[in-house]
Design a binder for this molecule. Structure first.
Ligand code: MF3
Ligand code: CO
Length: 256
């Protein structure tokens, strides 16, 4: 169901706390020389030790607990012993944790050592896209209000929006209706309902918007080879506003 019951919301909130804490844990591991495989294994252990589960593992044959996407990889990077982080990389860590059958989904793009100012701007603007997206959206609006604000902010900063991938409703399944596009008209998409939980996830390219799929059938990269950033939170809409369920405690808490 698109609208969640109070019991469901309580479980989604718990899943989101585990997701957020797993991201904070992942951030602490990011350094030059570590493989994305080792980061993933540690994320998996963290989630299990926290009483959660890892629904990505086995999802349509996906082999890992998390998706870890470096530089020109947009999303769905498969953790690998051969992918070793180096100074100047950006690394997007995308985690879904579930708790008693309900999911939380969030992504952060982290820096490895010193990154260029241009890349810093890309990561900053991608995060800002998320907050611009929720700033004016409320129950009764179309999802397009979020989509339009994301596209506007990305493009006005000279970046481009990936079209082939989008955010989604979330609950018992990690991907539920409605779709949450990162581009489009304010009047597009489903109407936002009370007690709806959705994952909003701008994927923003420094260069052109076009993508390519690697032969592993998962890894999505930029066609032009330029970097891409990703920022995602699970949010809850109520008549009081929007609650971001996967924010770090030291980050701004957003609710109206
Ligand atoms: N976490 C991704 C999302 O944001 C989906 C993960 S795909 C999987 O929607 F195969 F890893 F599960
Ligand atoms: Co998602």
């Amino acid at each position: 169901m698109i609208q969640k019951t109070p019991q469901e919301i309580a479980l989604i909130k718990k899943a989101c706390e585990i997701t957020r804490d797993a991201l904070i844990h992942a951030k602490s591991l990011i350094r030059e020389g570590i493989s994305t495989f080792d980061i993933d294994k540690s994320i998996e252990k963290f989630i299990i030790d926290s009483g959660g589960q890892t629904p990505c593992k086995g999802y349509m044959g996906y082999p890992s607990a998390s998706c870890i996407s470096v530089n020109n990889t947009i999303v769905h990077g498969i953790p690998s012993k051969d992918i070793i982080l180096k100074n100047g990389d950006i690394v997007s860590v995308d985690i879904v944790a579930s708790y008693k059958g309900y999911c939380g989904d969030a992504t952060r793009t982290y820096f490895v050592g010193e990154v260029s100012d241009e890349v810093k701007k890309l990561v900053r603007v991608t995060k800002e896209c998320f907050f611009k997206g929720i700033e004016n959206a409320r129950v009764g609006d179309h999802i397009g209000k979020i989509s339009h604000a994301i596209q506007q902010h990305a493009e006005s900063n000279g970046f481009s929006v990936v079209r082939e991938l989008c955010g989604h409703g979330i609950g018992k399944k990690m991907h539920e209706p409605p779709e949450v596009l990162n581009y489009g008209k304010e009047t597009g998409g489903a109407v936002i309902k009370e007690n709806m939980t959705i994952a909003i996830e701008p994927m923003i390219n420094m260069g052109k918007k076009e993508i390519a799929l690697l032969p592993d059938d998962w890894t999505v990269v930029t066609r032009d080879g330029k970097p891409s950033a990703h920022y995602e939170n699970t949010v809850l809409f109520t008549t009081r506003g929007v609650e971001v369920l996967t924010l770090e405690s030291d980050d701004e808490y957003y609710s109206r």
